[in-house]
Design a protein around this ligand. Structure first.
Ligand SMILES: [Zn+2]
Length: 357
C-alpha cells in the first residue's frame, strides 16, 4: 500500500538530506532549549528555529518546492512533527524556568528551618475540670459517683424531696413542665432518692448533672446549669461530719488558707439546714466588690436529711441519719477562675476555652 515514506526512500535522487536536517534541527533545538538560562534566551531560540522569515525550520522547508510532488505530503508531515517537537522543547524549558523561579520565591518567603506552628488542641471545659476536681475529692473518701435521668417525674422532683403539692418551693423552682407528670429536673436531688431506694444503707454517693429552670439568660442566670450533690447515710452520722466534709471540700476547691462558716437556712428536704460560705479570696474577708462587701462567698446549701425523705426511701430514720449537700458547678468555676458571666460557659468561644487548656 502506498504510504509516501517508502516512496521517499526509493526516490533518493532528489534527496538533499532534508530528513537528516529536520532530525538535526530538532536535536539542536532540544539541547539549546535545555541549556537556556532565562525567558529572553528562550524567545531568541524560538525566533531562531521557528521564525517565519529566516527561521531554521523555514529554511529547511524551502526545499519543499524542489521535491517531487509525491513526497511533498510526507515531508510536510515530517516538518510539522519537527515543528511540534521544537515547540515542545521550548515550552518544556519555559516551564522548567517558571518552576525554578517559583521555587526561588518560596525559598525567600519561607524559612523551613523555623519550628512548626503547633496544632490547636482541645481541652477540658472549665465546668468539667471543676466537676472532676470535686469527684476526685469524694472518690478518695470512698464515695460513688452516680448519674440519673434529666427528664424526671413530679414525684421524684418534688414529693420525694419532701416538697408536697402547693408547697411554695415548687413555685420558686420555675420548672420546665413536659407532658403530664414529667418535667426537666430543676435540681439533681431526685437521684439521691433513686439511689436510696436502690441500695440499702450505708450509702455514700455524689450526684453530678444538669438541672433546668425557666430563668432568662443573663450574666448570673441560665436556663440550664450544673449541680453536684453529696449524700452520706449511715448509723451515727452527725452534723459535725457534714461540717468537716463541707469545710474540707471548700478548701480543696478554693485554697487551704480559706475559712468557712455555716449560716442557718431552710430546705424542705433537710433538717436542720445551712448555707456554707467561704472567706473571699480577693479581700481575705475584709469586704470587696466580688463578695459585695461581706467578706464571704456562698458555696452551697446543706443539711441533715429530713426524716420524711429517709422514710420514703425505705430507711429507718430512728436507726439511720445522713447529711446532704449541694452546689452549683458554674458558681464554683466562676469563683475559682474569676469568671463574671455564666453565659461564657455555653458560648463555646475558643478564645475563652483555650485559657483552661
Ligand atoms: Zn471580697
Amino acid at each position: 500500500m502506498y504510504d509516501g515514506r517508502s516512496d521517499a526512500a526509493i526516490f533518493t535522487f532528489w534527496d538533499d538530506g532534508v530528513d537528516e536536517k529536520l532530525t538535526a534541527l530538532v536535536a539542536d533545538a532540544r539541547v539549546r532549549a535545555a541549556a537556556a538560562a532565562d525567558a529572553t534566551a528562550l524567545e531568541t531560540l524560538r525566533t531562531e528555529f521557528l521564525g517565519r522569515k529566516g527561521g531554521k525550520l523555514s529554511a529547511v522547508m524551502a526545499g519543499l518546492a524542489r521535491m517531487p510532488a509525491a513526497d511533498r505530503a510526507q515531508f510536510g508531515k515530517d516538518a510539522n512533527e519537527a515543528k511540534a517537537a521544537i515547540e515542545e522543547a521550548l515550552d518544556g524549558a519555559s516551564a522548567r524556568l517558571d518552576n525554578a523561579a517559583l521555587a526561588g520565591t518560596l525559598e525567600r518567603r519561607y524559612d523551613v528551618t523555623l519550628s512548626a506552628i503547633p496544632p490547636r488542641t482541645g481541652s477540658l471545659h472549665p465546668l468539667r475540670r471543676t466537676l472532676e476536681d470535686i469527684a476526685a475529692f469524694f472518690r478518695m473518701r470512698g464515695f460513688a459517683v452516680i448519674m440519673g435521668p434529666e427528664v424526671e417525674t413530679e414525684f421524684y422532683a418534688f414529693e420525694a424531696m419532701n416538697i408536697p403539692k402547693d408547697h411554695p418551693a415548687r413555685e420558686g423552682m420555675d420548672t420546665f413542665y413536659l407532658p403530664p407528670g414529667t418535667l426537666l429536673r430543676p435540681h439533681t436531688s431526685p437521684v439521691q432518692m433513686r439511689a436510696m431506694q436502690t441500695y440499702p444503707p450505708p450509702l455514700a454517693v455524689i450526684v453530678p448533672g444538669k438541672a433546668y429552670r425557666r430563668d432568662a439568660l443573663d450574666a448570673s442566670h441560665s436556663f440550664m446549669f450544673h449541680q453536684v450533690e453529696g449524700l452520706h447515710v449511715d448509723r451515727g452520722v452527725t452534723f459535725a461530719h457534714l461540717k468537716g466534709f463541707a469545710a474540707d471540700l471548700c478548701r480543696h476547691l478554693m485554697g487551704q488558707d480559706r475559712s468557712t462558716r455555716f449560716r442557718p437556712s431552710y430546705f424542705p428536704f433537710t433538717e436542720p439546714s445551712a448555707e456554707i460560705d467561704i472567706s473571699c479570696g480577693v479581700c481575705n474577708g475584709v469586704g470587696c466588690r466580688v463578695c459585695k462587701g461581706s467578706g464571704w462567698l456562698e458555696m452551697g446549701g446543706c443539711g441533715m436529711v429530713h426524716p420524711n425523705v429517709l422514710r420514703l426511701a425505705g430507711y429507718d430514720p430512728e436507726e439511720y441519719t445522713g447529711w446532704a449537700w449541694g452546689l452549683g458547678i458554674e458558681r464554683i468555676a466562676m469563683l475559682r477562675h474569676g469568671i463574671d458571666d455564666i453565659r461564657l460557659f455555653i458560648e463555646n468561644d475558643p478564645a475563652f476555652l483555650e485559657q483552661f487548656a
